[in-house]
Design a protein around this ligand. Structure first.
Ligand code: ADP
Ligand code: MG
Length: 735
């Protein structure tokens, strides 16, 4: 008796790739197709009346509203552009708290009541505001069912774009915020936009102190490196755990792991390259500047990196990138896995959120610069980021919570749950020198303490030397910070909301202090020096240039007073800490009510993730693994009986095999029974207990029981006849 798995195995061996050959061969010109499907500023300039365009451009840059008359003109022009390109519908596209994007489609038509004919219509009102019932999207209690309506509103700083369905018809996507009827945020875009305004306002105050009167805004620039796995879709189809939970809940370790490190930057196979080329083509058409592609360290793992853009666009674009990866993979006979840990024992996937500040004149504020004054300004921004990581570590840690990321953070493949900053030896010497104010020479021969900020300039920092610590959660890499704790499937919005708000809060304090000093007649350079010395002294404990994977780091971090919250539930509890609530509400990023709602949603998302996995472990364990194992047990029993009947000499090996297999079958069954019983009990708690308690119980009871089930199932996988085993194995999925 053969299994579907074996049939798939045979099919894969004969025909390696069920994908259309022509897509691989097509060449395209990146510069020609870039932003082809975007109603970009360039298109607007061409198509809109000059005055309207000027006002819209201002809106895009400064985030103010558009008046109704202009909105009508813009909407009309968008509609014509979209219909010329085959669009039939438009959709308000938003980022609810589910982790994926949501959209509601409407046709561009309305019925003319007089003539009874359909006419094309897309008014300014339809562009700017949409109503959506959306009562099943998470609100964390911000909406009771009687006022379930929410509304979506266009975010003009992110341009509208076209996506195609499988019949070639297109839809005009309008990026929007998503708010409750009372105006509270139910999404991830609203607080991101608010945080961008907060950091711009505070950073401008610092620039003004340093004599910059030209900059009108400070933008956050973000480039998100995205890791993912590709597996053959035919194997994937046989694994309900991959399909429904995004990760394997069973599976013995393969004979060959990633020990050889032969995959990292290795040659990319032809089939994968074809897939990547199509992904890039689609992304470029959407105006997403995809640039780098390579193999990652685990087998079947890859990475895609775009060029950096403003944070709001980069966030929308990362969501689109994830969707494009998934969709294109399907077409090429792959499944793209974005889960943080699809395979136990194999490195998981993350996202590196590269983050910097850039003024409206194009100057990177995290670039040390060439003059003493530039250096002093750079050091103030550096001090702000360090202090943000020191004081608001909890807010940063909160940005990466999730049941999936718990499998990855801190397991010697991804940064630990401790927030620390890597600066590199040279820069650390410089700031330590300023903090201690002692003249002297550092290890690298730098004249550290003697440096007078604003008088002497920083030595040039060799960029490469600062970029080779891959274990740090937050690393300074020459002219930007790289936040590496985000999970591969997560939106980068929370990470950027937290970074922007935390740095804005510190900049606010620093600017206030400097403004007061200057107003009091103090010399700026002196005031800056004093402020930096104190600030660096206080934030030095957060700087760590060593190996973040080392077990000793946890003790060292505790001595430095850094928080080390290893699991999501413990972190989510801390969302309601006064310091966190105050941070976000003081800067108008999230009200206290919005934050408490978010805490509720995060708990709920955690519970849902764990409960889905529990149900899958139970159903796959009972209906797939147990039956196959029992079939094998029957054969072993037959062999053992036969050996006894025939009086086979020597030790009873067949009986031994039978006993061992039976031991794990009994073990699996008992663990499954316990798992189901606990799951049922927790489900019954629903109404009585708060979501925190239920999340805790899911973590403490269900997860260990799932591990227990898996232990027996994986042991059976290595015993049961390969011909009978029903699930594709790690070897097949990964190699
Ligand atoms: P890595 O060595 O980590 O692979 P890269 O130099 O390839 O890093 O850059 C990774 C990402 O950082 C890219 O998306 C890139 O666009 C982005 N990046 C580069 N400079 C900046 C910057 N100043 N601000 C924000 N992101 C940046
Ligand atoms: Mg990186």
């Amino acid at each position: 008796m053969s299994t579907p798995r074996n049939a798939v195995r045979a099919a894969v061996a004969i025909a390696p790739a069920p994908y259309p050959e022509e897509t691989v061969e097509q060449a395209y010109s990146p510069t020609e197709i870039f932003a082809r499907d975007v109603f970009s500023l360039r298109v607007m300039r061409e198509r809109l009346p000059k005055e309207v365009f000027r006002r819209l451009e201002e809106t895009c840059v400064n985030g103010q509203g558009l008046d109704d008359g202009d909105a009508g003109i813009v909407a009309g022009s968008m509609k014509d552009w979209a219909i010329e390109r085959g669009a039939t519908h438009f959709a308000h596209w938003f980022h609810p708290m589910t982790g994926v994007t949501a959209e509601k489609h409407d046709a561009f038509v309305s019925l003319d009541p007089v003539s009874g004919r359909l006419i094309n219509e897309f008014s300014g009102k339809m562009l700017i505001k949409g109503e959506s019932d959306a009562s099943s999207l998470p609100s964390g209690g911000l909406r009771s069912t009687f006022e379930a309506r929410g509304y979506t509103a266009w975010d003009p700083s992110s341009p509208v774009f076209l996506l195609e369905n499988s019949r070639g018809a297109r839809t005009l996507y309008v990026p929007t915020v998503f708010l409750s009827y009372t105006g509270e945020s139910l999404d991830r875009k609203t607080p991101l936009l608010r945080s961008l305004n907060a950091i711009s306002a505070q950073a401008l105050r610092v620039l003004r102190l340093f004599g910059n009167t030209r900059a009108t805004r400070v933008n956050v620039m973000v480039g998100a490196e995205q890791e993912y796995f590709l597996v053959d879709r035919r194997y994937y189809a046989l694994r309900d755990d991959l399909k429904l939970a995004g990760r394997t809940l069973f599976g013995a370790r393969p004979g060959k792991g990633q020990e050889l490190e032969d995959h990292y930057f290795g040659t990319i196979g032809r089939r994968v390259l074809g897939f990547m080329a199509e992904v890039e083509e689609r992304l470029l058409a959407l105006g997403i500047p995809a640039r780098t592609r390579h193999n990652e360290s685990a087998p079947a793992q890859f990475e895609l990196a775009p060029m950096f853009e403003t944070a709001n666009l980069a966030t929308d674009h990362n969501m689109l990138t994830m969707e494009t990866l998934r969709g294109t993979a399907e077409k090429h006979g792959f499944a793209c896995l974005l889960h943080e840990k699809p395979f136990a024992g194999v490195n998981g996937s993350g996202k590196h959120n590269n983050w910097s500040l850039c003024d409206s004149e194009g100057n990177n504020l995290l670039d040390p610069g060439d003059t003493p004054l530039d250096n002093a300004q750079f050091l103030v921004f550096l001090a702000a980021v360090l202090m943000a990581a020191r004081k608001h570590a909890l807010a940063l840690r909160l940005a990466t919570v999730g049941a999936g990321n718990d499998h990855r953070l801190g397991s010697s493949e991804a940064p630990p749950a401790i927030i620390s900053v890597f600066l590199g030896e040279q820069l650390t010497e410089i700031i330590a020198g300023i903090a201690e104010g002692k003249p002297g020479r550092g290890k690298s021969g730098l004249d550290t303490g003697a440096m007078r900020v604003g008088v002497s300039s920083l030595p040039p920092l060799p960029r490469d030397a600062t970029d080779r610590n891959r274990t740090s959660p937050f690393a300074f890499t020459g002219n930007k910070f790289e936040f590496r704790a985000v999970g591969a499937s997560q939106s980068i919005a929370p990470a950027n909301i937290a970074l922007n708000t935390a740095v804005a809060a510190v900049l606010d304090d620093l600017a206030t202090e400097l403004e007061e000093a200057v107003r009091g007649g103090e010399d700026l350079s002196k005031a800056v020096h004093a402020l930096l010395a104190r600030s660096f002294m206080e934030s030095l404990p957060v700087v760590f240039n060593g190996n973040n994977y080392a077990p000793e780091w946890h003790e060292d971090a505790a001595r430095r007073g850094l928080t080390d919250l290893r699991d999501s539930v413990s972190v989510i509890y801390r969302y309601s800490d006064r310091e966190v609530l105050d941070l976000f509400s003081r800067h108008g990023v999230l009200t206290e009510r919005e934050q408490l709602a978010r805490q509720e949603i995060l708990f709920d998302n955690y519970i849902v993730d764990v409960h889905i996995e529990t149900k899958l472990v139970s159903s796959i364990g009972r209906s797939v693994i147990l039956p196959a194992s029992l079939r094998w047990l029957k054969k072993l029993g037959g062999a053992a009986r036969l050996a006894r009947e025939l009086g086979a000499p020597g030790p009873a090996v067949e009986e031994d095999l039978y006993r061992r297999a039976r031991g794990h079958i009994v073990g699996l069954l008992e663990s499954l029974d316990r798992l189901d019983a606990r799951h049922k009990a927790l489900d019954a708690l629903k109404e009585k207990e708060g979501s925190g308690k239920r999340a805790e119980a899911s973590r403490d009871e269900l997860i260990p029981l799932m591990v227990e089930c898996r232990k027996h199932a994986d042991a059976l996988e290595t015993m049961v006849d390969d011909d009978i085993w029903p699930l594709p194995k790690y070897n097949e999925l990964l190699w």
